[in-house]
Design a protein around this ligand. Sequence first.
Ligand SMILES: Cc1cc2nc3c(=O)[nH]c(=O)nc-3n(C[C@H](O)[C@H](O)[C@H](O)COP(=O)(O)O)c2cc1C
Length: 205
Amino acid sequence: MKVLMINGSPRKESNAQVMLDEMTGVFEQEGIEVECICVGKEIVRGCVACGGCGKLGKCVHDDIVNEIAAKLEQADGLVVASPVYYASANGTLISILDRLFFSASFDMTMKVGAAVACARRGGITATWDELNKYFGISGMPIATGQYWNGAHGRLGGEASQDAEGMQQMRTLARNMVFLMKSIALGREQYGLPEREPGVMTNFIR
Ligand SMILES: Cc1cc2nc3c(=O)[nH]c(=O)nc-3n(C[C@H](O)[C@H](O)[C@H](O)COP(=O)(O)O)c2cc1C
């Protein structure tokens, strides 16, 4: 089993990375393979709504987004970590996630998603909600923990001093492993849920 991690922080000493590392400890104990991609310093554009991905099956801008898509296709779970910027996920990460989830042509159903956010003081839950929305529209069960997954810290690495935040990460990782294993068993025994052809209405017709 494999978990893909995306860290939105551009910082070398990143509190988001501290959180992901705490989760990685649990994943490794459980024999889950982990790959972490740090995207915070990438120069990326947002989605330009060209619709080209509908024909190509991937984003027309062939950059880190398509690389992440190829890795996500092989993964059983996805953890997205973001620093809180103005009570939201950071802009680079959002540009990448918009394009990733809009352009990917493979089925993400039953890949387990988890979001974590770190902040000096406020905005963790707003960011957590924001990130969970990508999973919610993609048939991805959302792993939860013992709180709304977050940790506090300002300077690089400070989040490691947030004992409750670190415990949240370990709980979240354990719950995520349980979900991924349960889904693998269920898929084997019952198969994936039936999927109807999509209906899309725009409120006016
Ligand atoms: C542009 C910017 C906006 C920020 N906005 C917030 C905020 O809204 N709330 C908050 O508590 N901290 C805010 N911070 C502080 C970061 O969330 C905090 O330092 C966090 O630990 C950074 O995570 P990182 O080390 O993984 O990059 C902001 C930092 C920056 C650079």
